[in-house]
Design a protein around this ligand. Structure first.
Ligand SMILES: NC(=O)c1ccc[n+]([C@@H]2O[C@H](COP(=O)([O-])OP(=O)(O)OC[C@H]3O[C@@H](n4cnc5c(N)ncnc54)[C@H](O)[C@@H]3O)[C@@H](O)[C@H]2O)c1
Length: 267
């Protein structure tokens, strides 16, 4: 019960990492506003977690006023707000050649501007509870895969937002802002996404050791376990921090140049 009686909004919690965070928050005693684009999937999560503990709001975050409506849902349903988790994101592939400006703007709208809008809308309530914000970024924030250019830039900007507001809001309003950068996580949609990118159907069972020393990639529950620490009072006054959650270091890594990474030519 590390989050007992806290009220938490988790964006993008109809699937994947957001769903796992919502499940874990409820298990730790919180009441949660579930949110995302998929009504049917959201209802399945409501049924699993119980109507007393959660309420569901389905809306695209880029629609004008969506952030305020999400905050209003939390206040109407539960009377206060202790934390928001900016988890929803548009995870879409494109490089410099295939990225046009409308697409770039869309990615920034969902992944960077929508989290900003939600923090702004939630701030009056978070100030009252001396609450917190947890942004879900990505290890792509530091540079990123070539074919995840707008996505990586959007997560880099989110990381700067976390550090900037983690300083400002903590001093001004007692509101902490932190971030988790997940590495490669096995979600329902990630399995599908990578198939669409040309990987074999069972790609997640044959990942080279250089990416997955454990023989598998991370599970959403492992990201959710860390989220509890940042959302709970256990993290005390810690603010403006970014935590990479991957199974190898990200900054400064120099992967081995052996047969794992560069297969021998067949003669
Ligand atoms: N899965 C990974 O390997 C991985 C790695 C690093 C970071 N992340 C990050 O973790 C977070 C969750 O990723 P996931 O893989 O679980 O995602 P997912 O694709 O499974 O789920 C995304 C969620 O966001 C919601 N969403 C997307 N666009 C939206 C919009 N415009 N308005 C409202 N809701 C919207 C969807 O409805 C869904 O609930 C994202 O921020 C992602 O960037 C994921």
């Amino acid at each position: 019960m590390r989050l007992k009686d806290k009220v938490i909004i988790v964006t993008g919690s109809t699937t994947g990492i957001g769903k796992a965070i919502a499940q874990r928050c409820v298990a730790e005693g919180a009441r949660v506003v579930l949110h995302g684009l998929e009504q049917d999937l959201g209802e399945q999560v409501v049924n699993a977690l119980g109507k007393a503990n959660v309420t569901l709001h389905i809306e695209d975050l880029v629609v004008e006023g969506a952030a305020q409506r999400l905050v209003d849902v939390a206040i109407t349903a539960f009377g206060k707000l202790d934390a928001i988790v900016n988890n929803a994101a548009l995870v879409a592939s494109s490089d410099i050649h295939s990225t046009d400006l409308p697409f770039f703007r869309k990615v920034l709208e969902v992944n960077t501007i929508a989290p900003f809008a939600l923090i702004k809308a939630a701030l009056p309530h978070l100030s009252k509870t001396r609450g917190s914000v947890l942004n879900i970024g990505s290890v792509n924030a530091y540079s990123g895969e070539p074919n995840l250019l707008p996505y990586s830039i959007s997560k880099g900007a989110l990381m700067t937002m976390t550090r900037n507001l983690g300083d400002t809001l903590h001093r001004e309003s007692g509101v902490r802002v932190n971030q988790i950068n997940p590495g490669w996580v096995l979600t329902e949609k990630e399995i599908q996404r990578k198939r669409e990118h040309g990987l074999p159907d069972d790609w997640y069972k044959q990942i080279p050791n250089v990416f997955a020393p454990a023989g598998r990639i991370l599970f959403p529950e492992e990201i959710a376990a860390s989220a509890v620490y940042w959302l709970s009072d256990e993290s005390g006054p810690v603010s403006g921090q970014v935590l990479d959650l991957e199974q190898h270091p990200f900054i400064g890594r120099n992967p081995p140049k052996d047969s794992n990474t560069i297969p021998r030519k067949k003669s």
